[in-house]
Write a protein that binds this ligand. Structure first.
Ligand code: M6R
Length: 367
């Protein structure tokens, strides 16, 4: 059932190219110019034009996918988006009207906090869209609309292919909004769709370099503290990389918006501390490089996650893992993969139960 892999997590990491292809599937027109989300029933073009704000609500890894989703929707559709973890959302009296679109993201569709947030949103008259991996789940049943991620069953507690499939769902939905609202040109949409379709092969290319990541992971597994830094979308991925590492390797790590380090966290950087610097966003590269220099000056050992060809960046770090070229907005769909592998191999090196980490359950059905 593990298809020859040692753990479900590794199998699921390797299923991501297939999950990408399936989740995009027939939702992209054959000529590559249009997104068709036929599953949206109540969210008609008229209803979309009424939306004046979006709330994204989720927990854990799904929340991190939502962070990328916020960036995508604001960039592509120019609608303001707020994001909350579900356990906070309900208790902060969020301002919800009938023109609010609430997007709940949940792999299992059974997370108690997310379900309760969904119910609260509906009670206030919002339109609720679910992004879920389980068609018959509670979240799927109670939402007004749903986009199903076709990741297939995810068994490992650490979410991998569900997260990346959620990203694809957000890309498609963002493009769908842009098409409907006219906030992007046909050429921009076609360019993003072409880059999306290239992702599965690009992930395959990353997976072929798993051995390189294994070596780095084994070295990192000797440390008790490490840091992830990044700006913009790289920060969202840093948070996910850090969660994954904590969850299965039990190594303490913190993810920081790179520019925020010097407001406190820099005090924790000392000789030999590993820092993973995500630097895939071209407009922010120079700024990220100066943050890398800040940690290097305090003795950090920096692993850069960089897009192919960025030689300047490579000079500023101790080692680099290179991902294939893509549009900046799509980079999270690639840059998270080496971080998943890093956690996997670090967990393995520490002799942990990779698929069933201590204290955690696959689906959290208590509030
Ligand atoms: O099933 P859900 O997507 O609602 O689950 C949400 C979180 O519990 C989940 O993503 C959790 O953070 C994962 N174990 C992370 O790998």
């Amino acid at each position: 059932e593990k298809a020859g892999f040692d753990h479900f997590m590794l199998k699921e990491i390797h299923e991501q190219p297939r999950a990408y292809r399936d989740t995009m599937g027939s939702r992209i027109s054959a000529d590559g110019t249009q997104v068709t989300l036929n599953e949206l029933t109540t969210l008609t073009p008229e209803a979309i034009r009424e939306i004046n704000r979006v709330h994204i609500v989720a927990c854990g890894t799904a929340y991190h996918a939502g962070m990328v989703g916020k960036y995508i929707i604001e960039k592509m559709a120019r609608i303001p988006v707020e994001i909350d973890v579900a356990s906070e959302y309900r208790y902060r009296s969020p301002i919800i009207t009938k023109d609010t679109l609430v997007i709940v993201v949940s792999q299992s569709g059974e997370t108690a906090d997310t379900l309760a947030a969904l119910r609260e949103a509906k009670r206030c008259g919002a339109h609720v869209l679910a992004i879920t991996n389980v068609v018959g789940s509670s979240v799927a049943r109670e939402a007004d609309d749903m986009i199903v991620t076709l990741a297939g069953p995810e068994i490992a507690v650490a979410s991998t292919k569900a997260y990346t499939s959620q990203l694809v769902a957000f890309y498609l939905f963002g493009l769908h909004l842009a098409q409907t609202l006219g906030t992007q040109t046909a050429a921009e949409i076609a360019e993003t769709l072409a880059a999306l379709k290239a992702l599965p092969e690009q992930v395959e290319a990353i997976l072929e370099q798993a051995e390189a990541i294994k070596g780095v992971a084994e070295e990192m597994a000797k440390h008790d503290n490490l840091f992830f830094i990044g700006r913009g979308l790289d920060y969202a991925v840093a948070l996910e990389g850090s969660l994954k590492l904590k969850e299965i390797s039990y190594i303490h790590s913190e993810a920081y918006a790179a520019g925020e380090l010097k407001h406190g966290t820099l005090a924790l950087i000392e000789e030999g501390v590993p820092v993973i610097a995500l630097a895939t966003q071209h407009e922010l590269l120079e700024k990220t490089v100066s943050n890398i220099k800040e940690v290097k000056a305090r003795g950090a050992n920096v692993l850069g996650i960089a897009v192919e060809g960025e030689l300047e960046l490579q000079k500023s770090v101790d080692s680099t893992f290179v991902i294939p070229k893509t549009l900046d907005v799509l980079a999270p769909a690639l840059s998270v993969v080496p971080l998943q592998l890093l956690s996997y191999y670090a967990s393995l090196a520490r002799g942990n139960d990779v698929d069933k980490p201590r204290n955690l359950a696959k689906s959290v059905t208590v509030e």
